[in-house]
Design a binder for this molecule. Structure first.
Ligand code: NDP
Length: 451
């Protein structure tokens, strides 16, 4: 049995289906880092894996709030503080009915290595609630956020744990959470990132993840001697914060993003998607993508229920580069085969773990340039760290400065990942490169800090 198999077996506890995504993420990392474990016994001696896969603590709390009908609602809130070897716990909050401990453990675990890859002083965490913001009024969102923060505030702080946004949590929610924290503590702390610009937010935080994934892809394509994205057809999934800003950057550099998706369907607009309209539908009106074709009848809307197994039509569309930016496991083996058959040469993950393990195997075996989430979507947390720095120094950086520094760090991550893969004999495998480089930085800090 190989080291990787032995390690995986140690941690495999089939206690509950909700932990599937966590085991999926953990197995990938263990397989990737096995050459490192084999070449340096200190990681086994210091039991780094055993210590890394167990969160420092999981805080679970009841969130009680009153809806617009004066009915009392009860949700669950969770914060997984996973590892702070490199800096304060850092990671987003997700409000979505599918949130449970397993999902947050998966996201928190990935966040440790992602944050390590940035080279910045931040640890890994994730949190959220099974609260469903869809269809809720602005007042209900505000009341829920206040109730959530009433319970969470004791466990966070600018040097302890600094949450940010994720699915269902944007600048509006962060604003309400921040307001409640300030009210309870009477302290104007940079305790959350992704705040609106007018009170402590950084320029470019909303754009950061989407722009970052494009910067990473540009560097990767250059290193792998492929043509640039300019003039090329790109497919993007999602229609939220990450997807919209990936589309924005793609349009800016002259690429042609032709798709986007939401949980109900796919838009295919062969002339390139209308970003202004998308922003209006998704950020202002918060309605279904179906409405896109009212303004653009020549575009196609393909609902999920017209597609086999509730999947999305987006990966059937011919493209040069694909950007899955919606959610985990949204791109399966069949989707990967379709992309490969249709001539796609590059897949960059804007969402966290959007490709299934089988899809990743297909990409790697066909030598597709594959940029894994923990490297490619690190732009969000990079600018979150910039926000922490600005808040600590009571300053505000210009948009251009943030953009320049973000670009520089995304390029550095891509180069570090490629070089690490080469050093460990898996040239071109950005999955292994990212896992080894991220793991090594956290593990070395854990060893240096003692048990
Ligand atoms: P948002 O809530 O802004 O948007 C999510 C989008 O994905 C929505 O349009 C949603 O559709 C759509 N979606 C959700 N589930 C599915 C599904 N099963 N199939 C297709 N579409 C779906 O979230 P973000 O854009 O912030 O996050 C997207 C991904 O990026 C997540 O994996 C997140 O963890 C990751 N990420 C986000 C970062 C950030 O800075 N925000 C940083 C790093 C990673 P609908 O509108 O119908 O709900």
């Amino acid at each position: 049995m190989s080291i990787a198999q032995e390690e995986i077996k140690k941690f495999e506890v089939n206690d509950c289906a909700q932990y599937d995504v966590f085991y999926q993420a953990m197995k990938e990392v263990i397989c990737s880092i096995s050459p490192l474990l084999e070449s340096d016994e200190k990681y086994a001696r210091y039991a780094i894996l055993e210590r890394l896969v167990v969160p420092d603590r999981i805080i679970k709390f009841k969130v009680t709030w009153v809806d617009d009908n004066n009915d009392i609602q009860v949700n669950t809130g969770i914060r997984v503080q996973f590892n702070n070897a490199l800096g304060p716990y850092k990671g987003g909050l997700r409000f979505h009915p599918t949130v449970n401990e397993g999902v947050l453990k998966f996201l928190g675990f990935e966040q440790i290595l992602k944050n390590a890859l940035t080279g910045l002083p931040i640890g890994g965490a994730k949190g959220g609630s099974d609260f469903n913001p869809k269809g809720r009024s602005d007042f209900e969102i505000m009341k829920f956020c206040s109730a959530f923060m009433t319970k969470l505030h004791k466990y966070i702080g600018p040097r302890i744990d600094v949450p940010a946004g994720d699915i269902g949590v944007g600048a509006r929610e962060i604003g309400y959470l921040f307001g409640e924290y300030k009210k309870i503590t009477s302290s104007y702390d940079g305790v959350l990132t992704g705040k609106p610009y007018m009170f402590g937010g950084s320029f470019m935080r909303p754009e950061a993840t989407g722009y970052g994934v494009v910067y990473f892809t540009q560097t990767m394509l250059e290193m792998e001697n492929h043509e640039s994205l300019e003039g090329k057809i790109c497919t993007v999934s999602g229609a939220g914060n990450v997807a919209l800003h990936a589309i924005e950057k793609l349009l800016e550099i002259g690429a042609i993003p032709v798709t986007c998706t939401d949980s109900q369907g796919t838009i295919y607009d062969s002339r390139g998607v209308d970003l202004c309209l998308l922003k209006e539908l998704k950020l202002e009106k918060r309605v279904s993508l179906e409405r896109y074709v009212e303004a653009h009848p020549e575009a196609k809307y393909i609902p999920v229920d017209e597609y086999p197994d509730g999947g999305h039509a987006v990966w059937d569309i011919e493209c040069y580069a694909a950007f899955p930016c919606a959610t985990q496991n949204e791109l399966n083996e069949l989707d990967a085969q379709n992309l490969i058959t249709n001539g796609c040469i590059s897949v960059s993950e804007g969402a966290n773990m959007p490709s299934t393990p089988e899809a990743i195997d297909a990409f790697l075996s066909h030598k597709i340039c594959f940029a894994p989430a923990k490297a490619a979507n690190a732009g969000g947390v990079v600018v979150s760290e910039f926000e922490m720095s600005q808040n600590a120094g009571m300053t505000k950086w210009a948009f251009e400065k943030v953009d320049e520094k973000l670009k520089e760090i995304m390029q550095q991550i891509a180069k570090r990942v490629a070089l690490t893969a080469k050093d460990y004999g898996v040239e071109g495998n950005y999955v292994d490169g990212a896992n080894i480089a991220g793991f090594k930085r956290v593990a070395d800090a854990m060893i240096a800090e003692g048990i």
